[in-house]
Design a protein. Structure first.
Length: 123
């Protein structure tokens, strides 16, 4: 069990909880199922809101990431996509989102990305 002083509970439901790690805990630490570790700045400065929308949740699940693992602008793109879809009176779907927006993975400085390389480029 994790001592209560190691995090701040900011929101929870029956099947998930959002926690802000304390100074003795890192966001990349092991967390229990249904726990979403987030930095406080995401809510204070970047405007993240809970609960996440169905599309946001679908994207997190598809990518197998926590919201805190995405670039801060990612949720802004998701939200803009949802607003545009609403204006056009179409249902924003995961397939449609990834048709419009590509995934760009990054790696630490000095390392090369693993996986498929574009045609004509050596991996």
């Amino acid at each position: 069990d994790i001592p209560e002083e190691m995090f701040t509970d900011i929101s929870s439901s029956e099947d998930w909880e959002i926690r802000i790690p304390g100074s003795s805990r890192r966001i990349c630490s092991a967390w229990g199922w249904g726990t979403i570790p987030m930095y406080e700045i995401a809510f204070q400065q970047l405007g993240y809101r809970i609960p996440f929308t169905d599309l946001e949740t679908a994207v997190f699940g598809h990518l197998r990431v926590s919201p805190s693992q995405l670039h801060p602008n990612s949720l802004a793109f998701l939200r803009a996509f949802e607003v545009t879809a609403g204006y056009l009176e179409i249902m924003p779907t995961l397939k449609m989102f990834f048709h419009a927006f590509g995934l760009q993975r990054s790696c630490p400085k000095g390392e090369t990305a693993r996986g498929k390389a574009p045609k004509g480029v050596e991996a």
